[in-house]
Ligand binder design. Structure first.
Ligand code: UDP
Ligand code: MG
Length: 306
């Protein structure tokens, strides 16, 4: 099998037909033999029936039904575990990603990259609730990656079989991120892709809580740097508070001015606050290490031994 396309599907009955049509149009240009794995993530609508109906005329379709709704990423892991292709491409099943961009992804895989990320041009999502959080996440994790990419949230991506196998071994959410791959020595690149508004009912299949969870897990999952900022903030405040405390104390003693005692008190509070923040940062660093161990994320991968 040369290529597997993995698509998580949760209550997508409205887009199945359009999606299958778009895939059928592009597949002749893609490496063959190929398969498209639709992972039905516990849909409660007619997604499964529609997929099975499409399978009757398109033999490249495979439907992996999960027993219940497990979330987009877990559904995708299920797809990885059941895929056979030398290359694996993932995309959203709601037609926000355009199957017509898959050839660009394959081109880069052929060029020798292990992970190819889509970079959404003209992103069609709400500004405040979606694009602003993305800006923050992308900014923080770009700082910590050997091959920085612009768009960590685009699901249209390509992987080599080797990269996919690595992914499915690590159990924590960080495993998603191109940053991790770059740190492990995989070659990561990005290509510009289109992004469309969600057709049909336009309702995202992710609730607000899931969204916050995603935001936090990308932020702390891809990099330990946020804790570094916390530690630095704490150290800065302690230092500033300490110096101000001494200066205030001396001025208060010499001048005896009551204002100077308030100043000293304020400086003491700042110093204490800084110490607490510093400790939180240190504890966060420990937690990050435990997180790394628990996720079985390796620190290195041997390519070959000659
Ligand atoms: N999805 C899934 N399980 C879920 C939620 C979403 O498989 O619990 C799928 C959904 O069917 C779609 C993709 O994940 O194919 C992206 O979901 P959505 O479009 O709702 O996310 P957004 O584009 O709003 O980030
Ligand atoms: Mg979507």
């Amino acid at each position: 099998m040369e290529l597997s396309i993995v698509i998580p599907m949760y209550n997508e009955e409205e887009t199945v037909d359009g999606l299958v049509e778009a895939l059928a149009a592009i597949l002749p240009q893609l490496p063959s033999p190929h398969e498209v794995l639709f992972v039905n993530d516990g849909s409660r609508d007619a997604t499964e029936q529609k997929l099975l109906a499409a399978k009757a005329t398109h033999p490249w379709i495979r439907v992996v039904n999960l027993r219940r709704n497990c979330g987009q990423h877990i559904a995708t892991y299920a797809g990885f575990d059941h895929s056979e292709g030398r290359y694996v491409v993932t995309l959203d099943g709601d037609l926000q990603n355009d199957p017509a961009d898959i050839p660009k992804i394959i081109e880069q895989l052929e060029a020798g990259y292990d992970v190819v990320c889509g970079w959404r041009m003209n992103r069609q999502d709400p500004f405040l609730s979606r694009r602003v959080p993305s800006l923050v996440v992308n900014w923080v994790i770009r700082r910590d990656s050997p091959h920085p990419i612009h768009d960590s949230g685009c699901f249209l991506r390509g992987y080599t079989r080797e990269a996919v196998q690595e992914l499915s071994q690590y159990s924590n959410m960080r495993s998603w991120f191109p940053v991790l791959f770059a740190k492990l020595g995989f070659r990561v690149t990005e290509v510009e892709v289109r992004h469309h508004a969600r057709p049909g009912d336009e309702m995202s299949r992710h609730g607000n809580m899931t969204r916050i969870h995603q935001f936090v897990s990308i932020l702390i999952g891809a990099t330990d740097n946020p804790f570094l900022y916390v530690v630095l903030t704490g150290m800065g405040a302690t230092l500033l508070g300490g110096v101000a405390l001494i200066v205030g104390f001396l001025i208060a003693l010499i001048t005896g001015h009551p204002q100077a005692w308030y100043w000293t008190l304020g400086a003491g509070v700042l110093g204490l606050w800084g110490a607490v923040v510093f400790l939180v940062g240190v504890v966060g660093e420990y937690a990050a290490r435990v997180h790394q161990e628990m996720g079985r994320t390796p620190r290195y991968i041997v390519r070959d031994i000659k």
